[in-house]
Design a protein around this ligand. Structure first.
Ligand SMILES: Nc1ncnc2c1ncn2[C@@H]1O[C@H](COP(=O)(O)OP(=O)(O)OP(=O)(O)O)[C@@H](O)[C@H]1O
Ligand SMILES: O=P(O)(O)OC[C@H]1O[C@](O)(CO)[C@@H](O)[C@@H]1O
Ligand SMILES: [Mg+2]
Length: 329
């Protein structure tokens, strides 16, 4: 439930958690600068929820976040914490909050990080979540920090692959990240002009999504093919084997992997992170809690965590329809 506290906010904590995402540093910087602007102190908590359990902290001021807006990764480090999933771990984290006199926590990460924030809030700690994940799989927001940079990294790699696939007249099968969702694969597929895109959300058969698309491309005179596979839809190696078995091509497989999580954030990620970080501080300064910051139709907004976590995010069906047209040659 959303609550409003009467006490003035003096000190807040900020952490990054789950998989890192380009733009997390820009978000940390924004939280610090927006807090300092309001006379609020900031404590950086390192290594995600583990840091809150272990009191792994660093004081942050406007100077300590200088020149990080352009840096990939996260200066606060990140982690996936098994201990924080337990009541014992959460109680240790609460003790740290009390010891440090933290009036609130800004947690930057994905859906798991928000579940952690929700757990902490049950002990009376004020929390705000900022969506930072290349998967873009958080339902309450149109956009998550890191997605644009990851997509552009994947696009740059696939453009290079296309050169050699075109020269050798080959089929390329490229696996992109996204965990259980196909948002990144769909977006990247549209941007590289893929022959076919396989996403976990599609109910169509392998034959319809992949084989028919390659066959049509060949009938239309193409001699190289770019197949983009979301990791959640299966392994690119399995997809390549099926293509080999069914239509006798000899595909080459590329798993882009963690390279997609690195690199200097794009303008979109920097600006989005800065706007969201500013809102997070506004929320805590107003004495509110249990909120997730998001963006909808270009406007920053915030929503109750419980409500946010109960929502499901489907693929952007307009993008999917366009892809169908582009690959339906
Ligand atoms: N139900 C939960 N209760 C308490 N803590 C949780 C819960 N779910 C996740 N967490 C905490 O949040 C951490 C991050 O979650 P997770 O590994 O799912 O990444 P994420 O935040 O979803 O980011 P990404 O998916 O981009 O990697 C977990 O390691 C765990 O410490
Ligand atoms: O870095 P790890 O723990 O290998 O996790 C990889 C997962 O994290 C993400 O990069 C971000 O959630 C997913 O796309 C991917 O499935
Ligand atoms: Mg997640």
């Amino acid at each position: 439930m959303s609550e409003t506290k009467k006490n003035a906010v003096k000190r807040i904590g900020v952490l990054t958690s789950g998989g890192d995402a380009p733009g997390m540093n820009a978000a940390v910087r924004s939280v610090v600068r927006a807090a300092v602007y309001r006379g609020i102190e900031v404590v950086g908590i390192r290594r995600g929820w583990n840091g809150l359990i272990n009191g792994d902290i660093v004081r942050l001021d406007e100077r300590s976040v200088a020149h990080i807006i352009d840096r990939g990764g996260t200066i606060l480090y990140t982690a996936r914490s098994e201990e924080f999933r337990t009541e014992e771990g959460q109680k240790k984290a609460v003790s740290t909050c009390k010891l440090l006199g933290l009036d609130g926590i800004v947690a930057i990460g994905g859906d798991g990080t928000f579940r952690g924030a929700l757990a902490l809030s049950k002990y009376g700690i004020s929390v705000v979540g900022l969506p930072g994940t290349i998967d873009n799989d958080i339902a309450c927001t149109d956009y998550c920090i890191g997605f644009d940079t990851a997509a552009n990294t994947a696009i740059e790699c696939i453009d290079k692959l296309r050169d050699t696939m075109q020269s050798h007249e080959r089929c390329s099968v490229v696996e992109v990240m996204g965990r259980n969702a196909g948002h990144l694969a769909l977006y990247v597929g549209l941007a590289v002009g893929a022959t076919a895109v396989l996403v976990p959300e599609s109910k169509e058969s392998f034959d319809t999504e992949i084989i028919e698309k390659i066959r049509n491309a060949r009938l239309n005179g193409f001699t190289h093919y770019m197949v983009v596979v979301a990791e959640g839809a299966g392994s690119a190696f399995d997809v390549a084997n099926r293509i080999r078995d069914e239509i006798a091509l000899d595909p080459r497989v590329t798993v882009l992997g963690h390279v997609q999580r690195g690199g200097s954030p794009t303008a979109r990620d920097r600006v989005m992170a800065t706007r969201m970080g500013y809102r997070a501080v506004e929320i805590l300064a107003a004495g509110s809690t249990n909120r997730i910051v998001g963006v909808h139709q270009g406007k920053i907004f915030d929503i109750d965590i419980d409500e946010a976590l109960s929502m499901n995010k489907g693929l952007d069906m307009e993008e999917w329809a366009v892809l169908e047209a582009m690959t339906g040659l």
